[in-house]
Design a protein around this ligand. Sequence first.
Ligand SMILES: [Zn+2]
Length: 278
Amino acid sequence: MKRKLLLIILDGVPWRNFRRLFGNLEGWVDSGEARIWKHRSVLPSTSASCYASIHTGVSPQEHGCTGNANVFRLNHKDIFSQVREAGGVTGAVAHSYWSQFFNRHPYDYVRDVEYDEPESTTINHGRFHSMTGYGKANQMTPCDVDLFASLTNLCLRFELDYGLLHTCTLDSMGHRFFHEGEEMDHACFVMDEMLAPFITRWRKMGYEVIVTADHGQDERGHHGGRSQLQQETALYYFGDAVGPEPDVVVDQLQLAPTILDRIGAPLADTMKADTFLR
Ligand SMILES: [Zn+2]
């Protein structure tokens, strides 16, 4: 493969929270290590629909996932399948929807919680969690430092060419506490501090890194529809490529072809959006 890349998706972080609360990421923007653009989600700006679009490069109107209650094995080719086609090794540390969309459905708690399948045509090394029982009073999310460590473990043991990490902590915090309180300030602060040393480590291991969210959240912690707070998040890029002007808004459908282009894997015919890194 030409390069290796890690995609880090912090679920449900609006643009303004990244910019005002993630001091390490913003510090790297100031120092020139990272570049940042606005990233606008598809509609509906609902988690499952966005995951499917991020990884296939097609809209919910085309892939058919209309929301979290409609999760199935997608028909479209995606980043995992294309990296595998090129002979690369893939891994994922994520919510179980990612396993259902891109590996197999329905999700089996025992079989699918952890798998290493070198011959897989999609995800070779999966570490998943279901958040079963999730609600406002109990988020059921793993600790993020453990997820970052799991991804690093997979990179070291299996030499991933492409790794996905997805965590719902901040989305759950937003639904529970909204965005103008000390709970969210602290949650974003902790996430930024936990993530930062891993970014340094991944870069030293030779990875390009993208940190973004699937969608934003509005004042009431809502998302799914069309508003800047619901649809717009930030995308931080650590790597050597040349990107667009700072005021360009990256469309969510551009992520899949861009990531494949960076890794050196073939784009699927269905991925029609332009790449934003060159
Ligand atoms: Zn989400």
